[in-house]
Write a protein that binds this ligand. Structure first.
Ligand SMILES: CC(C)(COP(=O)(O)OP(=O)(O)OC[C@H]1O[C@@H](n2cnc3c(N)ncnc32)[C@H](O)[C@@H]1OP(=O)(O)O)[C@@H](O)C(=O)NCCC(=O)NCCS
Length: 141
């Protein structure tokens, strides 16, 4: 059974960096574990995926799904959707009213999971991601 645990980013920075390397390779800058919140998915004792959430600079009370990755060996089991849900629940507990994310336009799996979780496309006032990035939003009030 795969369990998702909230972890201290600093204490788990080595395993988070390894998971990031294995899932993103050189397609995205390495994560900064000095800020934000982190979760790791464990298959028994083995880390198989991770995700991060930070407070958005877009507006007050907004959470940002910053990064998520699942090892190739564990894809196709709905872990990305579980990562979205666990972070949304956390954002609600913090009193945030909205969560946002961005995806590369060619990342169909991520877009489909955001649609499954009830996100909608939106255009932010300032595009912070790749020129062809897609921006997603969901109210959680
Ligand atoms: C994108 C990513 C997080 C998806 O994670 P996941 O937990 O496998 O997501 P899902 O279980 O919903 O599977 C995604 C799709 O892959 C398909 N799939 C099934 N088995 C698979 C396998 N063994 N390997 C890869 N994909 C598989 C699923 O059927 C699903 O397709 P669908 O959306 O049409 O149903 C993961 O592929 C990943 O880490 N990619 C590299 C990093 C990345 O792009 N992160 C997201 C940035 S926004």
């Amino acid at each position: 059974m795969i369990r998702i645990r909230k972890v201290d980013g600093q204490r788990h920075r080595r395993v988070l960096a390894d998971l990031h390397d294995e899932t993103f390779g050189d397609t995205a800058p390495q994560i900064d574990t000095s800020y934000g919140d982190f979760w790791i998915a464990y298959d028994e004792a083995t880390p198989v995926g991770f995700c991060q959430m930070v407070q958005s600079t877009l507006a007050p009370n907004v959470g940002y799904h910053k990064r998520a990755g699942v090892l190739a060996s564990h894809r196709g089991q709905g872990l990305q959707l579980r990562f979205l849900k666990v972070r949304e629940a956390y954002a609600k507990r913090r009193g945030w009213t909205r969560v946002i994310s961005d995806t590369a336009f060619h990342n169909i799996s991520s877009s489909n999971n955001l649609i499954r979780a009830g996100y909608r496309l939106f255009e932010p006032p300032l595009r912070w991601a790749f020129a062809t990035g897609l921006y997603w939003t969901k109210d959680i009030t």
